[in-house]
Design a protein around this ligand. Structure first.
Ligand SMILES: Cc1cc2nc3c(=O)[nH]c(=O)nc-3n(C[C@H](O)[C@H](O)[C@H](O)COP(=O)(O)O)c2cc1C
Length: 192
């Protein structure tokens, strides 16, 4: 029997060596696989290594000149939903995430997204506000309350995130919302 589960891509929004974003994303991937509604992929912007936007044409035209853009386009086009795992850098999102968003247009549109943020006491929430503004321009629909994780360093043991009860409840609720919104949005893309 063919696998009909939609694809959820968890995007790691930071790229620096030693980043916390990768263990946070791995924790989200594990929760999403246990949830069971999606086939779950991890997209690591450090591995994609996109240069600062170097395409000559507007992404709406999809006249991509570079292999790195074509690879990134294929990942996002194959996704039915996203989770953005974002740090907060100077009250905003990290530059590699904004760059990765700007590279594409139609591949993002009419798809739902959950946001997992982390930081100090503010849990990355100022970055979430900024990210939502950008997602609106790309016609990505942010779902639910998200998962803001304060004092992230206290949640890491042996390089892995250990989720507490509020975190796991929040991520599971976000995954439920992603499933619901996927059902609503897929027909709008002719993908149902
Ligand atoms: C350039 C830079 C700017 C930062 N700005 C903020 C900030 O505005 N608010 C905040 O809560 N933490 C800030 N931090 C601390 C980050 O929350 C913390 O370093 C976190 O681990 C960053 O995510 P990453 O490890 O995935 O890169 C900043 C860190 C860096 C490197």
């Amino acid at each position: 029997m063919p696998n009909t589960r939609p694809t959820l891509t968890v995007i790691v929004g930071s790229t620096r060596p030693g980043r916390v974003g990768l263990p946070v994303a791995r924790w989200v991937v594990d929760r999403a696989r246990a949830h069971g509604a999606f086939d779950v992929e991890l997209a690591d912007l450090a591995e994609h290594a996109l240069p600062l936007l170097d395409e000559p044409h507007h992404p709406r035209l999809q006249r991509y000149q570079h292999e790195h853009t074509k690879r990134w386009s294929a990942v996002v086009a194959a996704s039915d939903a996203f989770v953005f795992v974002t740090p907060e850098y100077n009250h905003g999102i990290a530059a590699p995430l904004k760059n990765a968003l700007d590279y594409l247009a139609v591949e993002w549109a009419r798809k739902p997204a959950g946001i997992v943020s982390y930081g100090g006491v503010s849990a990355g929430l100022r970055a979430v506000g900024q990210l939502k503004q950008v997602l609106a321009a790309l016609q990505v629909v942010p779902v639910g309350g998200g998962v803001p994780i304060p004092m992230i360093r206290e949640r890491i043991e042996d390089g892995a995130v250990v989720g507490n009860e509020p975190m796991t409840k929040a991520v599971d609720a976000m995954l439920d919302e992603l499933r619901t919104w996927h059902g609503a949005l897929a027909p709008l893309r002719g993908a149902a």
